[in-house]
Design a protein around this ligand. Structure first.
Ligand SMILES: [Zn+2]
Length: 477
């Protein structure tokens, strides 16, 4: 059931969609839920972010990083959703965390969704080009993520759940710009003819955004049976907000949104503390907009925007109908995909760029992409990625390890068999950017082969179709 709450929408200037999770009841068992958070802030010296933006090593902490977990249980299914303040987390770290968590709890490894938020003022826990301090951090990180799951399971209590959403188009922009043919500068490989200017690149003639954005902010609300807030999971599709200072750790607006909800909704009544969570939707091609064209000092807009989103969230919580008589389901699968490894000509180009570091290269990032070509040449020809679908009552959640474009998220929402669906990216590993084939044709940063963009050109339709069948498979009978 979906109903438009026109009066509230008019009152707060938001388009509201509120649903109830009523259709699929459980016989002889009530829904239970528990939530917890643990600290995952790295020590000084651990590497921050990646080889391109070079923000590390850690020299200070602006705000702490956390892993936040919710465990749901009905009579048949027990599952966990964990959101981690990290730029990205590799499959090996997440698998290690799941193995520890499943030993310490009654939750199977394939009933756990773990995702990174994509704050860029945090480590990339992917075991690529890392130092010993990073390996030590990755081991500890897996233990801490598992500890969040174990504590959330200990906190299980009778619960009720509901969902809603509002629109926030003025917070998002498409960061890939479609340009007139011939107006885009050469790419790092010295090639001409691209038609998109993105994060890095120049163009004399921008036509329009190269793709849509998904402005829907989805909210999953979890309460104790008596209505006291237990946890809220937000989902929004902004890549990250940024405005960092080099060397300083921050959870970006993801952590500030969670913290704002925690300070607004916790009641300190002797029960486990309320936990706020913010997951990243499909933001591979989107960026944040600073409100009103104002330039904020470092770390400021992430706080202000998080507070606005937390207030909007709180405003819809009262309209959400919570139910305890609903069932859970979860499925995961592995999909084998080709890797865009460099050919012999690309490897020759990479060797010549790296052999002549002082030469003038076609693009300021040519040496970076030459190194990336060498890294990719060591990748296997195919790789397996993990895809998941969860159903909580009538709400569907899909999860992909990639940085997924907005058009993919919109298609999943449109074609999902569930009345409401959202998608969590950077989940269960790291599969790089996922441009649809037509975006690959246009070029731009997100399509340039690197450890941050390595899946075959046709990966997006294959992943999208698999996610839609997974969403179908978790439908209630
Ligand atoms: Zn990214």
């Amino acid at each position: 059931m979906v109903r438009m709450n026109v009066a509230d929408a008019a009152k707060c200037g938001l388009l509201l969609v509120v649903g109830s999770l009523f259709a699929h009841t459980v016989k002889g068992g009530e829904l239970r839920a528990g939530a917890a958070k643990v600290d995952i802030t790295p020590k000084l010296g651990v590497s921050l972010d990646g080889p391109i933006s070079k923000n590390g090593p850690v020299t200070g902490v602006h705000d702490a990083l956390h892993a936040r977990a919710i465990v749901f249980a009905d009579d048949d299914t027990r599952l966990a959703i964990v959101i981690c303040d990290a730029c990205m987390i590799g499959r090996d770290v997440f698998d290690a965390a799941k193995a520890i968590a499943s030993k310490q709890t009654n939750i199977a490894m394939d009933r756990i969704l773990m995702a990174a938020t994509h704050t860029h003022a945090a480590p990339r826990a992917t075991h690529v080009g890392t130092e010993p301090a990073d390996d030590e951090y990755h081991t500890w990180l897996a233990e801490q993520i598992a500890a969040a799951v174990a504590q959330a399971e200990k906190n299980l209590a009778h619960a009720q759940v509901g969902w809603g959403s509002f629109q926030k188009p003025d917070f998002i922009r498409c960061r890939r710009h479609l340009c007139e043919p011939g107006s885009v500068g050469v790419n790092p490989f010295g090639e001409t003819g691209e038609q998109v200017k993105s994060v890095s690149g120049t163009s004399s003639a921008i036509i329009e955004p190269a793709g849509p954005t998904d402005p829907q902010f989805s909210v999953l609300s979890v309460q104790y049976a008596d209505g006291r807030p237990l946890a809220v999971l937000g989902n929004f599709s902004v890549h990250y907000v940024g405005g960092y200072q080099r060397g300083f750790v921050s959870a970006d607006y993801f952590g500030h949104y969670a913290a704002a909800l925690e300070s607004q909704l916790d009641t300190d009544d002797g029960r486990p503390a309320f936990v706020g969570l913010m997951s990243n939707g499909t933001s591979g091609n989107t960026g944040a907009i600073e409100s009103g064209g104002k330039k904020y000092p470092p770390f400021e807009w992430m706080k202000v925007s998080a507070r606005i989103l937390a207030e909007d969230t709180q405003r819809i919580l009262d309209s959400i109908q919570h139910r305890s008589d609903l069932s859970l389901a979860m499925q995961e699968t592995e999909l084998e995909l080709g890797v865009r490894r460099p050919d012999a000509a690309r490897l020759d180009w990479a060797s010549s760029v790296l052999a002549n570091p002082t030469n003038k290269h076609p693009h300021r990032w040519s040496p970076v992409y030459a190194q990336e070509a060498q890294h990719l040449s060591k990748y296997p020809p195919t790789t397996k990625i993990k895809l998941q679908a969860i159903r909580i009552g009538d709400l569907g959640i899909a999860a992909t390890p990639c940085e997924v474009f907005a058009e993919t998220g919109l298609a999943i929402k449109r074609e999902s068999p569930h009345p409401a669906t959202f998608h969590i990216e950077l989940a269960n590993g790291y599969g790089g950017y996922l441009p649809p084939p037509e975006q690959h044709k246009l070029g731009g940063y997100e399509t340039w082969p690197a450890r941050s963009s390595f899946l075959e050109v046709d990966a997006e339709p294959k992943i999208r179709h698999t996610l839609l069948s997974l969403l179908q498979s978790v439908r209630a009978n």
